[in-house]
Unconditional design. Structure first.
Length: 362
């Protein structure tokens, strides 16, 4: 059997481990450290413009290119929604008590960075120096843009939360499907159902079993993989690689904000469960994070929040004021169900820890 782009990529890695891209908590520094440790480092690009993307790519090329080490660049593929003035006003009214608490005007302008889908200008930046791996969240870009990426020879991965999504991705030429179990931190990658609809989504192991039964492959397992035993279990269940995010959030090379780090450190020593929940309050799309005040005050999946990524704009002034006072009440504290897995160690140490005790692909 001839080698596939995916099998060729795996052969270049010492470990079948992908560091999940985590916007707002990392840049190229973490990706470089992970790739140097023999796994696949990833850079999140959903909040980067063309100039920012080029700067990150320049670091990856400089630090990893001479050794021929692969890396992944990740993009979102959502459709930006139209602003609904009535919904926006209702959301701001919901947040009015917090504005009053901090003495803010309810129409306070927001400068919150917005997440952008993959587009032609970003593709032009990639085309100059195509990355070894490109991954997508919330589906895929247009057929034209996807053909460009595949035409460069980049390995293409994309997230799926159901069998239907995985089959849809494979039918469009994706080299590997990232099976995102319900345990995963950050934004849910579903795209065949409406943003707020989590119907049919499963924990990781039932999802892996369903994908095996549907003969979807190759598959990367993601969600709740915080230690070597969990990694080994996912590989033994048929995944050809694993993707881990939360465990890297406290690593030396991560740029996780101080308040987020402190919340993870507290969670690591707390025994109560659950520590996390899915919420759409911070961005307008379901994402898993640590409980905080906003999630307790308002139903985590409240339909009042405008659609992704608009919800964060009205929240941004309140969040900024609270953070300036050392409070994480209004901050998205993304985390999978295993925040206890986080450790303040170099990324290379985390890679070796996750892949110890026989956690190797067969």
């Amino acid at each position: 059997m001839s080698a596939t782009p995916w099998s060729t990529l795996l052969a270049r890695l010492r470990h079948p481990l992908i560091q999940a891209p985590m916007a707002g908590a990392q840049g190229s520094g973490l990706a470089v450290a992970v790739s140097r440790a023999g796994a696949l480092g990833s850079v999140p690009a959903a909040m980067l413009d063309a100039a920012g993307l080029e700067r990150e790519l320049a670091v990856l090329r400089r630090e990893l290119g001479p050794q021929g080490l692969p890396y992944n660049v990740n993009f979102f593929c959502h459709r930006p929604p139209q602003v609904d003035a009535a919904q926006e006003a209702a959301w701001r009214q919901t947040l009015a008590p917090y504005y009053a608490q901090w003495g803010l005007a309810i129409d306070h302008a927001s400068s919150a960075p917005q997440r952008m889908p993959f587009h032609a200008e970003l593709a032009d930046v990639l085309a100059a120096n195509p990355p070894p791996v490109v991954s997508f969240h919330f589906g895929l870009p247009s057929a034209e843009l996807l053909d460009r990426v595949k035409g460069w020879g980049s390995v293409v991965m994309a997230s799926a939360t159901t069998v239907d999504e995985a089959l849809w991705l494979r039918a469009r030429g994706v080299d590997a499907v990232i099976a995102q179990g319900l345990e995963a931190g950050g934004h849910r990658g579903h795209f065949l159902r409406p943003d707020h609809d989590l119907g049919g989504q499963l924990p990781l192991h039932p999802l892996l079993q369903a994908l095996q039964a549907a003969r979807v492959g190759p598959v990367v397992a993601a969600g709740g993989l915080g230690d070597s035993a969990a990694v080994a279990s996912a590989l033994q269940a048929g995944a050809s690689a694993v993707q881990v995010g939360t465990a890297f959030l406290l690593c030396d090379e991560a740029s996780t904000p101080v308040l987020h780090r402190r919340a993870l450190e507290r969670a690591a020593v707390q025994g109560r469960q659950p520590l996390t929940a899915l919420t759409r309050l911070f961005t307008g799309r379901p994402a898993r994070g640590l409980f905080n005040r906003l999630m307790r005050d308002i139903a985590p999946m409240s339909p009042l929040a405008p659609p992704f990524p608009l919800a964060g704009a009205a929240l941004a002034p309140v969040r900024a004021k609270a953070e300036a006072m050392g409070q994480d009440d209004f901050s998205p504290l993304w985390s999978g169900t295993r925040p206890q897995a986080c450790r303040a160690v170099p990324a290379a140490v985390m890679v070796e820890s996750l892949m110890s005790a026989g956690a190797q692909a067969e």
